[in-house]
Design a protein around this ligand. Structure first.
Ligand SMILES: *Cc1c(COP(=O)(O)O)cnc(C)c1O
Length: 353
């Protein structure tokens, strides 16, 4: 039996996407998707479809944005966005490990103003009171902190361009996407296999820095070649396209957001109700609907709990080493049934406790 996969990433994808992807490996218009040319008509169509689905889900068609599928992961974007956009200074919100990594890279290109940080409390909340200077080149933040389980609910209102890492909650909920000037997301959290990163960028913010940019790191070069400057990650892009198509066929972001709210409601309800557990995030308003982090109040229950969830067919529930405890990652393709199973295991532990 297939396991309920609560892994933080790479992670669960829809079964029907796996099936279509497997078929395409064997036969994609009489060749394997793994052997077709990225310049072939068939793949150009895949790329166009992937770009158009991304725009459609984000509501960004005809608004001056370009969509790219690049290699290098979201981590590459930490330096690439700074390389292309940071002339003097940039503002960063430090809400977790990924923010800190993005800040480290940006510092190589200019001054970084950390407007706020929750590092001193091990990132257990999202800082609320901060201001973003109006003379920075851009403001960078993460919408969802995969490791700590916090999520920004509202888009900060600022006067400067917004550059945002949405790796772990892209296509999971509605946001005012048109308030963002550059959105990036590694595929392996909510979209596809590792190896492709979606970048959606408003063209007008590019071309303003004075440094010269190596071709492979230059958004304008990738745009001019329609994301085919070099061989793109063909298979991850194909699977990402299938996942976006799956999302569209089922009703789009509004459909999945309701399911994601339901799943998050189930797990947080149990964390709050069950006397053996407590949530990691201190401000409930900051709780992530993608990654729920929680701990056992008494470590003496650890072995029993670990045995129970493993026996129930659950995979990938261990928390990140910097938080400990447990993390239930509930990306788009994770079923409500999977979360119900986890909740019943938590209740069983209480009964046996
Ligand atoms: C996983 C993750 C990353 C890193 O992604 P890579 O593709 O491994 O480079 C960056 N940001 C966030 C929010 C993530 O969840």
């Amino acid at each position: 039996m297939l396991k309920y996969n609560f892994s933080a990433g790479p992670c669960v994808l829809p079964q029907e996407v796996f099936k279509k992807a497997a078929d395409a490996v064997l036969d994609f218009n009489d060749l394997s998707i793994l052997e077709i040319s990225h310049r072939s008509k068939d793949f150009v169509q895949v790329m166009e479809q992937a770009q158009s689905l991304a725009f459609e889900h984000l509501g960004l068609q005809d608004k001056g944005y370009k969509a790219l599928f690049l290699g290098g992961g979201a981590s590459m974007q930490f330096l690439m966005c700074a390389y292309n956009l940071l002339e003097n200074k940039a503002a960063y919100l430090n809400t977790g490990t990924w923010s800190a990594k993005a800040i480290k890279e940006a510092k190589m290109f200019g001054e970084v103003i950390e407007v706020a940080s929750s590092k001193d409390s091990n990132y257990n909340h999202i800082p609320k009171s901060y201001s973003v200077p109006s003379d920075v080149d851009y403001f960078h933040f993460q919408t969802n902190n995969t490791i700590f389980g916090t999520q920004l609910q509202e888009t900060p209102s600022v006067e400067v361009p917004i550059v945002c890492d949405m790796s772990s909650d892209i296509f999971s909920r509605q946001r005012d996407f048109d308030k963002y000037d550059l959105i990036y997301a590694g595929a392996q959290k909510n979209m596809g296999p590792a190896g492709a990163t979606l970048v959606v960028v408003k063209e007008e913010i590019l071309g303003k820095v004075s440094r010269s940019i190596p071709s492979m790191l230059d958004y304008k070069v990738h745009i001019s070649k329609d994301s085919m400057f070099n061989t793109p990650p063909v298979f991850p892009i194909y699977v990402s396209m299938l996942t976006m198509q799956w999302l569209k066929d089922n009703g789009g972001i509004s459909w999945i957001e309701e399911l994601n709210n339901k799943k998050a409601g189930l797990i947080y309800n149990e964390i709050d109700r069950n006397p053996l557990f407590e949530g990691f995030v201190t401000d409930k308003a900051d709780r992530s609907k993608m990654n729920a982090t929680f701990v056992l109040k008494d470590e003496a229950h650890k072995d029993a709990f670990d045995q129970l969830w493993k026996d129930a067919g659950i995979n990938g529930l261990n928390g990140h080493r910097s938080v400990g405890g447990y993390r239930a990652s509930m990306y788009n393709a994770l079923s409500v049934e999977a979360v119900e199973t986890l909740v019943s295991v938590m209740q069983e532990l209480e009964r046996k406790g």
